[in-house]
Unconditional design. Structure first.
Length: 241
């Protein structure tokens, strides 16, 4: 009976997750899988009051109950009061430090002996760059606009930001972010699709194009796929080439 009484209505959970910005309410945490925590403990108050509940990830939930750096109730209420502007969907891709840093583009691994390098830069709106910080931190920077000049996405020092659109689909898990868009002229001209199909006949065969797929393979190694059309030129990176 107590289990049934403690069950939280889906509508209330959606509200709390939305107020948290679609992720853990901790502004220092990027985890998207969340638990609903009762700041005023259920065992004492037996109430589901949205004002005293918060969406936090399992790790932060654990820290709210115990640990050397316990999260206080006062801090939880501060997180609830945080104003989160309506901004592009945003996640951070963490890359474990390593001394051997490489960006995998198709069958080519790209590295640099400098602290930064441009893999390509078609324009200010479409590019792929990388940076090396402190010798063991790989940082990726990307921009991508559609044919009309509207921004689809950008990656700033491994922070992926995707403009909200009915056309773009954004999928994320820890260590990987993928954005797909329709295979239309606004995202990829017909000539570009045709050229790529000489090498990969299945490219865009399902009516979708991978605008960006950023995935951490191992410490210091990140694989990138994507499609960057820019006027009468373009760069396409698939898993193979």
């Amino acid at each position: 009976m107590s289990t049934a009484q403690r069950k939280i209505k889906p509508s209330l959970k959606r509200l709390l997750v939305e107020k948290a910005g679609g992720k853990c309410a901790n502004p220092g945490c990027s985890n998207w899988r969340v638990h609903i925590h009762h700041i005023k403990h259920w065992a004492v108050y037996k109430a589901h009051d949205a004002e005293d509940m918060i969406a936090i990830c399992p790790s932060c939930h654990d820290a709210a109950h115990h640990g050397n750096l316990k999260i206080s109730d006062d801090l939880l209420y501060q997180w609830k009061g945080a104003v989160r502007p309506t901004s592009p969907d945003s996640v951070h891709i963490y890359v474990e430090p390593a001394r051997d840093l490489k960006l995998l583009t198709g069958s080519i691994c790209i590295a640099t002996t400098n602290d930064q390098a441009a893999v390509f830069e078609l324009s200010n709106s479409n590019y792929l760059k990388l940076r090396v910080l402190d010798g063991d931190l790989l940082q990726v920077n990307i921009r991508l606009h559609d044919a009309s000049g509207k921004e689809i996405l950008r990656v700033v020092e491994n922070h992926v930001r995707v403009s909200r659109s009915n056309s773009a689909k954004f999928d994320y898990r820890a260590g990987r972010a993928r954005v797909t868009v329709p295979a239309t002229a606004n995202f990829a001209p017909a000539w570009l699709i045709e050229q790529v199909r000489y090498q990969n006949q299945n490219f865009a065969s399902n009516g979708q194009i991978i605008a960006l797929d950023l995935e951490v393979i191992k410490p210091g190694l990140v694989r990138v796929q994507g499609c960057w059309p820019d006027g009468d030129v373009g760069v396409v990176i698939t898993e193979q080439a």
